[in-house]
Design a protein around this ligand. Structure first.
Ligand code: SAH
Length: 241
C-alpha cells in the first residue's frame, strides 16, 4: 500500500482521537472472508506488561540501530527509545506518525517499507502484530527479503511475528482442506472504517513458519523460531546466512 492521505486513514484517525481525547469510536475491520470485527483502539497503546510473550521477547532482543516497521501508535518504539536505543519508526499512516511525534518518538517518519531509501542500515528490524501482513500475498513474500538486502546491517536481525491461519478454517474434527482456497489460505483482505473515514481495501498476509522459513532459505536467509503464542502464532528471527 502506498502512503495514505489523512482523509483515507481510519486507523490513524482512531489513534489520534485516542491520544488527544482519551477515547475513540469503534475501529471496524471489514473483510470479504470474515464477519466484521472491532479492533479496540486501546490495544494499539498497550504497555510492555500488556504485550504478549512474543512481543516481550522481541523487545528484549532488540539492540543497536532499530527500525520499527508499521509502528502504529509507537507502543514498541517508545519503550526501546527509553532504553536508550535509536529507533526509527515508520508508518504509511500520516496521523499515526503525527501522534507518535506528539507522544515523544524522536524519529518517526511517514514512509512505505517497500520504497523507503534510508541513509543507514539497521541492526534490528521489528515487524510486530502480524508483521508479515504488509507483504499482502504469498507471491510477494520474496520482496520482504529483497528489502532486508538493503536495510539490514551486517549481522543484523529481523524480528517478525505471524500465525498459521489454518486453525480459523478447521472444522470441529480438526480437518482442514487447503485445496478449498483459490489462493494460499493465509491471504486475507481487510478494510478499516472509523466513523466516516473509510480506508482502501488491502491484502494482509498471515504465513505459517515453514513457508516463511523456506522462502528465507531461498533468498539467502536463515529463519529461527524464537517462541510460539497461544493462537498458532509465532515470533521468528531472520538473519543473513
Ligand atoms: N506495530 C503496531 C501497529 C500494527 S498495525 C502495533 O503492534 O501496535 C499495522 C501498521 O502497519 C499500521 O499502522 C499500518 O498503517 C502500517 N503499514 C501498513 N503497510 C505499511 C507499509 N508498507 N510500510 C509501513 N507501514 C505500513
Amino acid at each position: 500500500m502506498p502512503l495514505l492521505s489523512p482523509h483515507r486513514d481510519p486507523m490513524g484517525t482512531a489513534i489520534r482521537d485516542f491520544f488527544t481525547k482519551g477515547s475513540a469510536k469503534p475501529l471496524r475491520v471489514l473483510s470479504t472472508m470474515f464477519d466484521t470485527d472491532v479492533l479496540p483502539v486501546s490495544t494499539l497503546f498497550r504497555t510492555v506488561e500488556e504485550m504478549n510473550r512474543m512481543e516481550q521477547v522481541a523487545l528484549n532482543r532488540a539492540e543497536g540501530r532499530v527500525l520499527d516497521v508499521g509502528a502504529g501508535a509507537g507502543c514498541h518504539t517508545l519503550p526501546l527509545q527509553e532504553r536508550g536505543l535509536h529507533v526509527t519508526a515508520i508508518d504509511i499512516s500520516p496521523l499515526s506518525v503525527e501522534t507518535m511525534q506528539q507522544r515523544g518518538v524522536i524519529d518517526a517518519r511517514q514512509e512505505d517499507f517497500f520504497t523507503m531509501q534510508p541513509d543507514v542500515t539497521f541492526d534490528t528490524i521489528l515487524m510486530l502484530m502480524n508483521g508479515t501482513g504488509i507483504v499482502g500475498t504469498l507471491d510477494n513474500l520474496p520482496l520482504l527479503f529483497d528489502r532486508l538486502d538493503v536495510l539490514l546491517a551486517p549481522g543484523g536481525q529481523l524480528l517478525v511475528d505471524s500465525s498459521d491461519l489454518r486453525y480459523v478454517f478447521e472444522d470441529e474434527e480438526g480437518n482442514f482442506y487447503p485445496e478449498d482456497f483459490d489462493n494460499y489460505y493465509g491471504e486475507v483482505d481487510y478494510q478499516m472504517v472509523y466513523g466516516k473515514v473509510r480506508g482502501e481495501r488491502f491484502n494482509w498476509l498471515y504465513v505459517d513458519f515453514p513457508r516463511l522459513q523456506s522462502c528465507a532459505e531461498m533468498k539467502g536467509y536463515r529463519a529461527e523460531l524464537l517462541c510460539k503464542g497461544d493462537n498458532f502464532d509465532y515470533l521468528a528471527c531472520i538473519k543473513r546466512k
